[in-house]
Design a protein around this ligand. Structure first.
Ligand code: FMN
Length: 204
């Protein structure tokens, strides 16, 4: 297991950002395992723990996953996002995918749901708390990460590439690596703007 003496919890939470470019510093398996262990401590419906992780380091598989993601972005993802994302975020995602930023991640974790463990309708709501724990654990260990789904939106080609059985379906791809640069603070709206006291009509 990696060094577990991380920074204070709220320092990690309030600095959490999507990293889309990484240094070429390698990551030990022990560090990856700590991140996955944090993932497995998330809640899951009926405690069925439906996660399956495929940790990808193999250069050919790694490149093929990025190729799939980039093809999805170029085919329709970018056009769809163009009118939806603010220009700054579109540029960041573009740099991560078409600009090759995600290709610099030393490790990709494909987080999958095993649909034979638990109800299909709770698969996503069980997997994403796990992914969030992974992102926070990565931050606590000094690594950058991101929750990405584009490469898993049409899961067929990714499942084939990884040799997944039919009941194991990719939900997210999490690149892991030491950050190439320090990111600024997250852009978030104030809690009070979206919080209500007792009834929707009463502001916080
Ligand atoms: C469900 C979901 C899917 C996402 N998919 C992608 C993705 O495919 N590619 C990507 O670059 N970022 C993806 N993101 C990251 C978001 O763009 C990011 O969390 C958001 O813009 C906040 O930015 P920040 O983390 O820099 O504060 C995804 C986030 C979520 C929650």
């Amino acid at each position: 297991m990696g060094d577990l003496n991380g920074p204070p919890f709220f320092d990690v939470v309030f600095a959490q950002r999507a990293h889309r470019e990484f240094a070429d510093t390698p990551i030990d398996d022990a560090v990856v395992e700590t991140i996955l262990r944090a993932g497995t401590h998330a809640p899951s419906a009926e405690n069925k723990q439906p996660w399956e992780f495929v940790v990808v380091r193999d250069p050919a598989t790694h490149a093929a996953i990025h190729d799939l993601t980039e093809a999805a972005w170029n085919a329709s993802g970018r056009a769809f996002s163009e009118t939806r994302l603010p220009p700054e975020l579109l540029k960041e995602v573009d740099q991560g995918i078409a600009g090759g930023g995600y290709r610099t991640a030393p490790v990709l974790v494909v987080v999958c749901a095993d649909f034979t463990r638990g109800l299909p309708m709770t698969a996503g709501s069980s997997i994403f708390p796990c992914v969030q724990n992974m992102l926070l654990a990565a931050g606590a260990l000094g690594l950058g990460s991101a929750l990405t789904t584009l490469g898993a939106v049409a899961p067929g080609p990714l499942a084939e590439l990884l040799g997944l059985p039919d009941h194991v379906v990719p939900q997210a791809i999490v690149p892991l690596g030491y950050p190439a640069r320090r990111l600024g603070p997250p852009r978030r709206e104030a809690v009070a703007a979206h919080t209500h006291r007792d009834r929707f009509a009463s502001p916080w």
